[in-house]
Design a protein around this ligand. Sequence first.
Ligand SMILES: [Fe+2]
Length: 281
Amino acid sequence: MFEINPLSEALGAEVVGLDLAKPLGDDVFATVHQAHLAHQVLVFRDQQLTPEQHIAFSKRFGALSGHVFDQFLLPDYPEILKVSNKKKEDGEFAGLPQAGRRWHSDLAYTATPSLGSLLYALEIPPEGGDTLFNNMYRAYEALSDDTKSRIEGLKAEFLLGSGRKFYTDAERPALTAEQLAKVPPVHHPIVRTHPETGRKALYVSQAHTVRILDMPEAESEALLAELTEHSVQPEFVYRHKWRLHDLVFWDNRCCMHIAEPPPPAYGRHMHRTTVVGDRPY
Ligand SMILES: [Fe+2]
């Protein structure tokens, strides 16, 4: 038996007493799947997972994608992206550094953004390095009727690094020309309907949403800023303080997240798998 305990008023639940290293029976999987849809972020405590087991559990939810920063994929396991602030002996980062420093939803800059991501904590700092998640259903539902009708049907351009204008961190590697060519701008609705729950969620972010289509630039900037600010108010946010061997599985279709930098003195090393999702509608 295992427990599912809500973690905040906004979203998120922890799953205690479930071993993901073993294949889940269909009934248990259905319970986990429903809990994920209901809570949007699931924190599986105390997991001891090999890369194969991490991948096998992730694949129950769909096909996995690699990442445009392909230099940080785990050797022999291209489904796993290493996220790390640690450096190897040659001075190169051991994983993607400075990941997720702006509110975003993973792979929103691709034609078929991620359904969800599963991040596994292999090494965490004694303090700091929290990840915050927000509830984009609630953010949408709390908008005024005027704003809801104003944004109905609007689409935006999404681009990795969004506009690259936000990323000034010298430590984050630049995309090579070959990598850049893989991530051209894409267009998505800024309110999307979750394909499984049927609920509407806001879909804009600091990191990837560049501009609203068919709108003057100043108006678009103001509206994006207003929607982002609205959606990350404390009442919509859960702050996750990592424990070693947490596996956190969030729903990118109805949440954003942001990573706070760990103190530089401490290592933080994680493995991420990313489940491919549908084209937003
Ligand atoms: Fe992310």
